[in-house]
Design a binder for this molecule. Structure first.
Ligand code: DX5
Ligand code: ZN
Length: 221
């Protein structure tokens, strides 16, 4: 089993885009520590969301949440500094586009943030293996990125098991996060496979009672 206590990271993508600060405030007022922010460039994924100025504006509203920043960008290396300056705490970059991944991971840390590496459903675990010792978090996509509200890909569970096994064999301490189609039931399956950090967009923001959802989530440990 993973040694990290489970963290729920609600995805603001499923919040109210005309009132993002208020949606984020719901998370903060529940005492949840993390907020997941999805940045899309209309190129790496076929959708657009927001940018560094949105993070900065959320900080100006006084939000203290840990910003779990997921960059779905073809050229993430061009945007690391703006996101770090805007208030990101963790910056996760995808393995699929071609750039110097190790250098960008190091740069993220130099800027005072934690760093993560992300892999799409079609990308084998082996693709990120060389970077495991450089990261604070591995994010396994459990849907094809780009949109909220998709169905969980159960065939990603063996990938989690593999990455968790490497973590233990090598004495590494990164978090193992899942993103896409996560609800209380799929979170339990992912927890059993080694995940400890759970992005929830639709299941959180569309829950009839977000407080009850967070409380039930806390039980999956
Ligand atoms: C998808 C994003 C997710 C998204 C998840 O590309 O990376 O973070 O918000 O949404 P749900 O939880 O609705 O699948
Ligand atoms: Zn995401």
């Amino acid at each position: 089993m993973a040694t990290h206590a489970p963290i729920l990271s609600p995805s603001l993508l499923a919040g109210d885009h005309a009132a993002l600060a208020e949606s984020a405030m719901v998370v903060e007022q529940l005492g949840l520590p993390w907020l997941h922010l999805d940045l899309m460039d209309g190129h790496f994924v076929p959708n657009l969301t927001f940018g560094p100025e949105t993070l900065a504006a959320l900080r100006r509203r006084g939000l203290k949440l840990f910003f779990d920043t997921h960059l779905m960008l073809t050229e993430p290396h061009r945007y690391i500094e703006p996101f770090a300056k805007a208030g990101a705490n963790l910056i996760s970059i995808h393995i699929e586009p071609a750039y110097d991944h190790a250098a960008v991971l190091r740069r993220i840390r130099e800027l005072g943030c934690k760093c993560g590496i992300v892999l799409n459903p079609g990308t084998p675990a082996a693709a990120i293996e060389p970077h495991l010792s450089l990261v604070d978090l591995v994010l396994v996509m459990t849907v094809q990125p780009g949109f909220g509200g998709q169905s969980f890909r159960r065939d990603m569970l063996p990938k989690l098991t593999q990455i968790d096994a490497w973590r233990h064999e090598r004495g590494l301490n990164f978090r193992l996060e899942v993103d896409g189609g996560i609800d209380l039931s799929t979170a339990r399956e992912c927890r059993s496979a080694g995940a400890d950090t759970f992005v929830a967009g639709t299941s959180f923001f569309r829950a009839p009672d977000t407080r009850a959802f967070a409380a039930e989530f806390a039980e999956i440990a």
